[in-house]
Design a protein around this ligand. Structure first.
Ligand code: ADP
Length: 221
């Protein structure tokens, strides 16, 4: 399956993407994670991306689209993938449409995770992520780790992302409304949009997502 996940920062895209990718046996491709990996390795691409990310802005398309296409061209992504954080504006969506068309393949669904804005701010401000694996996500009050600052899953160090401060979150939400939300209409027009609520426990949302994708598939068959 080829799936795109959309939703505001804090909707739980990363968390859900990790579970869904595992359930569907497809790689989870997160442009945010790819940028963060480049930043921690000190690559040129990472250096270019960091200032945009810290300000809550999008990294320019020239950098992002090439990086996403390179990742999608890897052998493990030939049978399908789950994109998380890409595309993030209409021109990226058009670039993705063109890349898929030239490979003779299509998206199966675009899963939109809906969550109210005040919930998003609360979720992000308390979010703590494991340095070893960004899929190990905790929250200081909603899902606190057993030992403060230590990952329950692997014992890694928990940290707060540089762009998770309240001020940057507000900027990221504004960018989401103005630049990313228009891709929802783009995909609705293609008949690909599947919307679910991202409220509730993590496993409830995963179940809802799997059900929605299966229903959508059955409807298309
Ligand atoms: P979130 O969904 O919580 O905002 P991500 O990890 O997906 O977090 O993204 C973090 C930052 O990385 C974004 O605010 C942006 O600066 C950059 N980024 C990620 N994906 C893209 C993209 N497709 N286009 C441009 N910038 C991106």
């Amino acid at each position: 399956m080829r799936i795109v996940l959309v939703g505001p920062p804090g909707a739980g895209k990363g968390t859900q993407a990790a579970f869904l990718a595992k359930n569907l046996s497809i790689p989870h491709i997160s442009t945010g994670d790819l940028f963060r990996a480049n930043i921690s390795k000190g690559t040129d691409l990472g250096k270019q991306a960091k200032a945009y990310m810290d300000a809550g802005n999008l990294v320019p398309d020239e950098v992002t689209i090439g990086m996403a296409r390179d990742r999608m061209a890897q052998p493990d992504a030939q049978g399908g993938f789950l994109l998380d954080g890409f595309p993030r504006n209409v021109s990226q969506a058009e670039a993705l449409d063109a890349a898929l068309a030239s490979d003779g393949v299509k998206l199966d669904a675009v899963l939109d995770l809906e969550v109210p804005e005040d919930e998003v701010v609360k979720r992000i401000a308390g979010r703590r992520i494991c340095r070893n694996d960004s899929a190990h996500v905790f929250h200081v009050t909603y899902s606190a780790p057993k030992t403060e600052g230590v990952c329950d899953v692997c014992g890694g160090d928990l940290y707060q992302r540089d762009d998770d401060s309240e001020e940057t979150v507000r900027k990221r939400l504004e960018v989401y409304h103005t630049q990313t939300e228009p891709i929802i209409d783009h995909y609705r027009a293609q008949g690909l949009l599947v919307t679910i609520s991202a409220l509730g426990k993590v496993d409830e949302v995963t179940e809802r997502a799997m059900e929605a994708l299966q229903t959508d598939r059955a409807a298309q068959a």
